[in-house]
Design a protein around this ligand. Structure first.
Ligand SMILES: Cc1ncc(COP(=O)(O)O)c(C=O)c1O
Length: 448
């Protein structure tokens, strides 16, 4: 049995690696050569030995305010001492209402009502259930279908997985939800390679929704769900005009448009929500990750007022929507969320992201021309780099780059097959951008 040793005082290092069946991990490789972190502050993780690792992925796209921010830590500590748990089924606690109001105020248009859950996966399934129940409430119960998109990721629940479009996340799990279809993904290397920001080519791909409406009928589709920037497939920014076109077609046929902003929410694209960047108001926004900067699990759905209000009928003692989680609006998550929103506001981190975007684009594009680099994509503070795979071992280079990054170069990023994905905390300095890009260049050059 592989064992890690305690090498630093006061840091508990697991001494048996076998029991934890790690999520989305090559478990055997990890346990043979662990990439372990024990502490974090601002832009860095620290290994149990105390080695600094610059965080070029905000953990898992979530630590937008940076790690272990003092005010967030203090808010969580205070909340834990004051109110550890309160049910939000038929009871409430003040911070849940305060946080919902703050989030609704940040969201564009009449996206006024917030339903809390604990993760992005739950948020996707919650949005789908709201859509279905909304149409039942409106007397349009024939609307039961959903349209997702190839290469999309909406978490690992059966709803989100069904509308998702990453083959590895689907193929072992049976037939999924019935009544789901997919738009084509928006990537075309010939037309879009090395675009800075939203590629010019690709808005017409939204028109495929017309084809799906033609196929399934104009009264059977409840919702379309897309990410304004598809992160988990190694960053596919929306083509210019694409989301507006989707909005128009959804309006034409009375279909709800859901933006999955689990990654793009809370500043990643230089706005509270990407909806604002694209000037498109969806009917629902799902969020998670950045709401607490990753410090306490939380997710949610923001719904337009008309959707929420459609539920508010019938006898007043009766539950209007039979859905929710024990930990919906958990007090610790609410405290963390409120403190995190304060950091975003006080440090103007969304505006800063927008301002630093050109510097980030130029820096990552400087890697063009390195061996194996087929494409670099970027939007907001994100970047995806496609590497040419080894023909006999797809995914091996990506894995090696990630592993080398951690062990040799002191950097954390995501590998998706042979693509590398970057999304540093929004507090990243210009020097740290150069440091990240320098390390990545070195890693790519060193790949066999
Ligand atoms: C767009 C999107 N939706 C949903 C999810 C799922 O979130 P979680 O892992 O919190 O369930 C993710 C996670 O990366 C995501 O990127």
């Amino acid at each position: 049995m592989a064992r890690a040793t305690n090498t630093a005082e006061n840091i508990a290092v697991p001494n048996d690696l076998q029991a934890f069946w790690m999520p989305f991990t090559a478990n055997r490789s990890f346990k043979a050569r662990p990439r372990m972190v024990a502490r974090a502050k601002d832009m860095h993780y620290f290994t149990p030995e105390g080695r600094a690792i610059i965080d070029a992925s905000a953990g898992l796209w979530c630590a937008n305010a940076g790690h272990n921010r003092d005010s967030v830590v203090a808010a969580i500590q205070k909340q834990a001492a004051e109110l550890d748990f309160a049910p939000t089924f038929q009871f409430g606690h003040p911070r849940a209402f305060e946080l919902a109001s703050r989030i609704a105020a940040l969201a564009p248009g009449d996206l006024d009502n917030v339903f809390f859950c604990n993760s992005g996966s739950e948020a996707a399934d919650t949005a789908m259930k709201i859509a279905l129940a909304y149409f039942v409430a409106k007397g349009q119960g024939t609307r039961t279908r959903f349209i997702g998109r190839e290469r999309g990721y909406h978490g690992v629940g059966f709803g989100g997985m069904s509308v998702g479009g990453l083959p590895n996340n689907r193929k072992a799990f049976g037939p999924m939800l019935p009544g789901v279809d997919h738009l084509p993904h928006t990537y075309n290397r010939e037309q879009q390679a090395f675009s800075k920001g939203e590629p010019e080519w690709g808005a017409h791909l939204a028109d495929d929704l017309e084809r799906l409406v033609g196929l399934h009928g104009d009264t059977t589709i409840a919702g379309v769900i897309v990410e304004p920037m598809a992160g988990s497939t190694a960053v596919l920014p929306s083509p210019q005009g694409y989301l507006k076109r989707l909005r128009q077609i959804c309006d034409k046929y009375g279909i709800l448009l859901i933006f999955d902003e689990v990654i793009t929410g809370f500043g990643r694209l230089g706005h509270a929500f990407a909806a604002e960047r694209y000037g498109v108001i969806p009917d629902m926004i799902t969020f998670a990750k950045g709401i607490t900067s990753g410090s306490v699990p939380m997710g949610g759905v923001i719904a337009r007022k008309g959707i929420h209000d459609a539920f508010m009928h019938g006898p007043e003692h009766v539950v209007e929507f039979f859905h929710g989680y024990t930990y919906s609006a958990h007090p610790l998550a609410c405290a963390a969320g409120l403190a995190t929103l304060d950091v975003y506001r006080d440090e103007k981190l969304f505006e800063r992201t927008k301002a630093i975007e050109p510097k980030w684009y130029d820096a990552v594009m400087s890697l063009k021309g390195l061996p194996r680099v087929l494409d670099i994509r970027c939007v907001g503070l994100t970047c995806g780099i496609d590497l040419a795979s080894k023909p006999d071992a797809v995914g091996k280079l990506g894995f090696e780059a990630m592993d080398r990054g951690f062990h040799e170069e002191g950097i954390m990023f995501r590998a998706v097959g042979d693509s590398l994905a970057f999304s540093p905390p929004l507090i990243v300095s210009e020097d740290q951008i150069d440091e990240i890009v320098g390390k990545v260049g070195k890693i790519i050059k060193a790949l066999a």
